[in-house]
Design a protein around this ligand. Structure first.
Ligand code: HEC
Length: 161
């Protein structure tokens, strides 16, 4: 004899689990505070980086791009973001720095373009456009995290960490 009550209760439990998973799928995408790496995002971020960032930060991210000489503030060495912060790579902060639209500090002129605004050009100015901009910035953050050197490592030509 089958124990119907038990089967029904098992079914109910697995349905609840499924519902839970579906509900999770509906929650907003994780913000760049997560620590897993995504090879696809890194690849995308790397391509975007060489198109848009290497002119100042250099192809290797160390700050020696051809446009760097024209700047008053030297472009940061982006392989040492974590090294400058005792080994921590603050994904969300870095996403905000790149975006630039939410900068609250009044520390004079920002030499880096406001990428959040630039990336929005040609996109709808609604939540879809915004999601695409955030995705693009997230890929850049992912790429930058992948090129961090260990805190003890000194980049060639670096004056102070
Ligand atoms: C026109 C030159 C220029 C370009 C192009 C540029 N940056 Fe920058 N970036 C700078 C300068 C200069 C700084 C130093 C800080 C400042 O200006 O406030 C900087 C700082 C940063 C920082 C902060 C590093 C830290 O440790 O706080 C990040 C992250 C960054 N850039 C990422 C990018 C990314 C990603 C791109 C491409 C999408 C990019 N930059 C393109 C000039 C540039």
């Amino acid at each position: 004899m089958f124990n119907h009550a038990r089967i029904v209760s098992r079914l109910a439990t697995s349905c609840l689990a499924l519902l839970g998973a579906l509900a999770c799928a509906g929650t907003p995408a994780p913000q760049p505070e997560q620590t897993t790496t995504h090879p696809f995002l890194i690849e995308q971020g790397a391509a975007d980086f060489s198109d848009n960032c290497a002119s100042c930060h250099g192809l290797d991210g160390r700050g020696g791009g051809p446009a760097a000489v024209a700047l008053i503030v030297p472009p940061a060495d982006l392989t040492r973001i974590a090294a400058r912060r005792e080994g921590t790579f603050p994904r969300l902060d870095i996403a905000y720095v790149i975006d630039g639209r939410f900068e609250l500090t009044a520390h004079g002129s920002r030499e880096m373009p406001v990428w959040g605004r630039r990336f929005l050009v040609g996109l709808p100015e609604d939540e879809f456009g915004d999601a695409m901009v955030r995705g693009r910035i997230e890929a850049l953050v992912e790429y930058l995290e992948s090129i961090q050197v260990s805190p003890g490592e000194v980049s060639p030509g670096e004056v102070s960490p």
